[in-house]
Design a protein around this ligand. Structure first.
Ligand SMILES: N[C@@H](CCC(=O)N[C@@H](CS)C(=O)NCC(=O)O)C(=O)O
Length: 202
């Protein structure tokens, strides 16, 4: 399999953490890709022009990190990151959506701040910060759901927070959320997380 990859992307990180946690890391070749490079060929692989994209051994192209992660989860016999249908699955998918939603809001905030100053809309930035803050408050209020067997939800939340720390070190999200901060510090010590800390591509 081939993974269109960038070490700064929080969505890609979810996939690489999944690969490590499921023991599939050696089956995937990482192809460095900058989707913002005008010369990139990513659109010939993924019409949406985004990473991650996974080319399977059958030549199928899978896009969107939740889809890729669920596919990878189907390839191993260990404990599943996507629980079987039932309440645990919905809890995991809820966390996945919250984590990805925080990342999506952060991406929107970052896009706004990269516009020429005259085109920036501060209220839009504030709106995204509010979204991130509300989602984190929700997580702080349901810390017990962050315990228990590892799921794709935990991975999504941790990759999101790790990326928010990387891009917005001034966010100060730990203030007033001691439980979430403690959970994140502990989760970040997993080998799958220490091996995938976000960084700019070389
Ligand atoms: N929902 C997608 C989001 C992927 C995404 O937005 N990736 C960013 C990199 S972090 C990207 O490729 N952006 C390029 C663009 O939007 O043109 C997923 O979960 O995979």
């Amino acid at each position: 399999m081939k993974l269109r990859y960038n070490p700064a992307s929080p969505y890609v990180r979810k996939v690489t953490v999944t690969l490590i946690e499921t023991g599939l890391e050696d089956r995937v070749e990482r192809i460095p890709t900058n989707p913002h490079d005008p010369e990139t060929d990513i659109a010939t692989v993924n019409p949406l022009g985004k990473i991650p994209a996974l080319i399977t051994d059958d030549g199928e192209v899978l896009v969107d990190s939740p889809v890729i992660c669920e596919y990878l989860d189907s390839l191993h016999d260990g404990a599943k990151l996507f629980p079987a249908p039932g309440a645990p699955r919905w809890r995991a998918l809820r966390l996945l959506a919250l984590g990805d939603g925080m990342t999506d809001a952060g991406v929107l905030r970052r896009a706004e701040s990269r516009r020429p100053e005259a085109f920036r809309y501060d209220k839009w930035v504030d709106r995204q910060n509010t979204v991130i803050g509300r989602a984190m408050d929700a997580l702080e209020g349901e810390l017990e759901r962050l315990d228990g067997p590892l799921t794709i939800g935990h991975i999504a939340v941790a990759c999101s927070i790790g990326w928010l720390d990387f891009r917005f070190p001034d966010l100060d999200w730990r203030a007033g959320r001691p439980g979430l901060a403690e959970w994140f510090e502990a989760f970040s010590e997993r080998p799958s997380m220490t091996a995938t800390v976000p960084k700019e591509a070389a």
